[in-house]
Design a protein around this ligand. Structure first.
Ligand SMILES: *[C@@H]1O[C@H](CO)[C@@H](O)[C@H](O)[C@H]1NC(C)=O
Ligand SMILES: *[C@@H]1O[C@H](CO)[C@@H](O)[C@H](O)[C@H]1NC(C)=O
Length: 353
């Protein structure tokens, strides 16, 4: 921001006065102004990138027998690549961190991603919200506050992240998640129906791509919690804040909401997996057709554009953390899971408070 202000100052006051006597022509003044723009803004252009926090998650139950500490956490590497290929940087947000620590992380990032996975929203036995679910709820509440205060702060939920956002918003701890219905799931590639007209994040999508995705089964769905349109319409907390941006139907012909977007803020979620189209290869049901890849990049770019509007800066201490991200974490090849690889983070209580 300071660089921007100094640019305006140079542009309006210094350059015209300095150049008016030297040259006198409009063209030359214009060139000098451009040079000033370049000198002042160059560090900003090369140094600036949004920083996206990705909330880590408990290790999947498939890893629990492999000698990994139960308290360790993970992020599938495809989500990290999905953010990094836009030019943004990733900071891990440990879900086990206390609220004060989460506040600190929130001040140092420009947007937040909730990944897919099998994180519980509530404990099966007690019906109480899981620790992960409580942290999502807390972060989302804070993210909305940042937006309300006029600083754009995007939040994007994928698959499990979609359910977590629904649960955080629509209910309280006692009736949590009643709008979501559980159905037996099966990984499948499906079509999508966008709204007419398109709404965000799809408003600027190329028509050839939307046409293709509406006709061909290309998007990967792999979920067991469904938000059916009628339950969305009946729930005032949801429908007063969000708009449906697309729907799909599953192999049992159940219509469900496949994405939605907040009416006022860049908070959005989808049930399909854009990160897998570009970065996961193992299961042979993932489409790598060019429309799927364009679509994936389009959504990532939309997210990062919103994050670029956020003016928060990252502290030097945390910049170190994300530069060292890959050394602190162990990158595990996970041939038995549906991920090529995951980042595994050792439990460290000091880092959480
Ligand atoms: C929270 O749950 C209780 C009990 O089900 C209900 O009476 C109350 O209206 C709920 N509040 C919200 C905001 O949903
Ligand atoms: C745990 O986190 C603290 C605080 O960030 C750090 O100084 C320390 O080196 C970490 N310990 C290990 C074993 O990584």
């Amino acid at each position: 921001m300071n660089k921007f202000l100094s640019f305006i100052y140079i542009y309006i006051y210094i350059v015209p006065q300095g150049t008016a006597c030297a040259a006198g022509t409009q063209n030359r003044i214009h060139i000098y102004r451009l040079i000033a723009l370049f000198i002042v803004c160059y560090p900003t252009i090369i140094g600036d990138y949004p920083v996206i926090g990705i909330l880590d998650s408990p290790i999947t139950r498939f890893l629990k027998s492999s000698g990994i500490d139960k308290k360790d956490t993970m992020i599938p590497s495809s989500y990290v690549k999905f953010i990094e290929y836009t030019g943004a940087h990733v900071l891990r947000i440990p879900y086990q961190a206390n609220e004060a620590r989460l506040d600190y992380f929130l001040k140092n990032i420009n947007g937040l991603l909730f990944t897919g996975g099998s994180q519980l929203v509530r404990q099966e036995k007690t019906k109480m919200m899981s620790e992960y679910g409580r942290k999502v709820k807390y972060l989302l509440k804070k993210a909305i506050e940042i937006n309300e205060n006029g600083n754009s702060f995007p939040v994007y939920g994928i698959c499990n992240g979609f359910s977590q956002i629904v649960c955080s918003l629509s209910t309280n701890d006692t009736n949590i998640c009643d709008v979501l219905t559980y159905k037996h799931h099966k990984a499948e590639r499906k079509k999508i129906q966008f709204t007419h007209p398109l709404i965000q994040p799809f408003s600027s999508m190329n028509k050839q791509i939307t046409d293709r995705l509406q006709k061909e089964n290309q998007l990967l769905f792999y979920h067991s919690l469904y938000l059916e349109p009628k339950f969305f319409q009946q729930n005032r907390l949801l429908n007063s804040q969000f708009e449906i941006s697309s729907q799909s139907s599953n192999y049992q012909d159940i219509q469900f909401i496949s994405s939605f977007h907040h009416k006022n803020y860049p908070i959005f979620a989808d049930v399909f997996h854009p990160e897998k189209a570009a970065f996961e290869w193992k299961p042979n049901y993932i489409s790598h057709k060019k429309e799927s890849i364009f679509f994936s990049f389009y959504i990532a770019q939309y997210f990062i554009e919103q994050a670029s509007k956020n003016s928060q800066t990252t502290s030097e201490e945390l910049i170190q953390d994300f530069l060292e991200f890959k050394e602190d974490a162990t990158l595990l090849e996970t041939p038995t899971l549906s991920y090529q690889s995951i980042y595994l983070f050792k439990y460290n209580s000091t880092y959480l408070q």
